[in-house]
Ligand binder design. Sequence first.
Ligand SMILES: Nc1ncnc2c1ncn2[C@@H]1O[C@H](COP(=O)(O)OP(=O)(O)OP(=O)(O)O)[C@@H](O)[C@H]1O
Ligand SMILES: [Mg+2]
Length: 362
Amino acid sequence: MSIEKLTVFDFRNLSSDPVEFNDSINFIIGDNGSGKSSLLEAIFYLGHGKSFRTSQVENLVTHNKTKFVVSAKDTNALQLGVAKDFQTGITEIKIAGEKHRQLSQLAKNIAVQVITPESFKLFFGGPKQRRRFIDLGLFHVKQSFSDAWKEFSRIIKQRNACLRNKVDHQTLNYWTDVFCESSVKVARLRDEYIKELSLELRPWLELMLPSLADDISISYMQGWNSKKSLGDVLAQNREREVKSGFSLYGAQKFDVKFLTGNVVIDNQLSRGQQKLFLLALTFAQAKLIEKVKRVKPILLIDDVGAELDLNSRTLLNNAINKLNCQVIITAIDKTAVEPLVPTDNNYKMFHVKHGQISAIGK
Ligand SMILES: Nc1ncnc2c1ncn2[C@@H]1O[C@H](COP(=O)(O)OP(=O)(O)OP(=O)(O)O)[C@@H](O)[C@H]1O
Ligand SMILES: [Mg+2]
């Protein structure tokens, strides 16, 4: 979907008249602290029912207010809204006039992806963000992943409780067998997905990192030695696991490495190149989601000027033109987005000041 009209009440510092977006490219310009990231956060919240900046939802409501609302109308007139009332504790979701209570309903209708300077740092900093990135794609692209993951989460809790409570061998063996089966199922889905993602990534790398595209690859680590069965690995490590009180191997421990040749790219590529890589990866994921879900993803790029020089922004521009999705890009000043302004004039530019968003004439 593309957002045609967005309404935000009392979310962070935002209190603005409805914003009417272009269905292709939108630029949001504003000073530090004006509300650019908050606007992207509001859109992300509508897509995921959570923030990309905080796990504490009470941080999102405007100080001294008790309820925030984010709602959008898409280009097919589908109305989507979420409201969180902190006095009653009630979260209300409305999709096409129907009320829902579960935030997960939101992700069925809208696929939002975000890249911020912070997520970029985290992405290369440790496995948590990478796991989240891959599993977000999996959730949208592999229909059976959501159930497989829910089942896995339930089983690992049980097995960890067994390890912690030092239960008898028979009970631990039972949960270990179930855990292995479930891990293998999840790991297989991830493996399939990463293969698809690798294929989809090629053309985006050729556009954004042409001189490196041939050398870049994704290496998937499933969470245990791939030359051995998980059952054998766990049998060999039983004492260690009982001592630590939780599962040390399995699908929860997966990671992906991005390589140029044999070297991980964070040790080899410049920061700007790393950012282009992450953008290429996000574009590839967005395209896969579009193919499978037939829902056009919405791409949010916060502070595009950070890390990217003029040449890199021109390369990014080529890719955005090919992407054919709604893109919302923020920057501190207009000059930062100049290389991204499409020549066909099909875009909109907005200015944010003290949480007020207004369209700027071209
Ligand atoms: N719950 C809240 N209620 C009211 N204001 C808030 C709340 N949370 C954050 N703010 C304020 O909202 C403003 C906008 O923050 P935001 O992060 O969106 O700015 P930004 O335009 O992205 O700035 P930067 O260019 O520095 O990234 C900040 O001044 C911040 O202090
Ligand atoms: Mg910001």
